[in-house]
Design a protein around this ligand. Sequence first.
Ligand code: PLP
Length: 244
Amino acid sequence: MIRPVLFVGGLDSSGGAGLLRDAATAAVLDQPARVAATAVTAQGTGGVAAVHPVPPGTVAAQIGLAAQEGLATVKIGMLATAATVAAVASALPPGVPMVLDPVLRASSGGVLLKPDGLAALLALLVPRAALLTPNIPELAAIGGALGLPSGAAEDLVVQGLLDAGCGAVLVKGGHRDTPAICEDRLYRGGHDPVAMRAPRLARTLRGTGCHLASAIAVHVGRGAGMAEAVALARDHLRARFEAG
Ligand code: PLP
């Protein structure tokens, strides 16, 4: 029996990101999925118009029922509030690998996790994550929340996350100041960082962070090692990107 992947995250009414993107990624990869909705958002071309968090008890109930079926992996995206972070942490089944995308803001700038939510995320979920997938602005915010000086080097912030108990960190390079290439870096304790480069594409698409983390969670659930899962997910994302 193929065990499902559970996606925990927000509903983006525009369909570009969040749970709809996660579910679409799972469908393309022929992967059964379950979802636990953390928030309903209203989003459009002007950005995030409204965020309505789902009550934490309802979030925990969704996760609890999915966990009873036996899960391959869990992928976590938007969490909205510190109370939701705590509910998710208490409901997560033990022993199931978890990929954590630390979603803080939409690319439009709208806030998707309240400021005290980041501290809760670092304390309660990062230690349980097999992989954390920050982009550069998220890594900078995490460095601040860890008490590091602003502008702290990438490897210093990553070390703080690995010391907190996170299994691996994939720093996504979409925001790096490299016009011709996009370089993601995978950090794991006891290994040299692995740089994964590809030509930068001219186009930007919404929901690429959700898409990448979801595809990684699917491949980890199928038994791939972390570096292999990341490489497969990057290939998948690039193929979808090129197809438009
Ligand atoms: N809305 C939801 C519910 C999300 O989970 C995310 C990202 O994970 C976003 C919006 C942000 O997507 P984008 O960066 O494409 O605006």
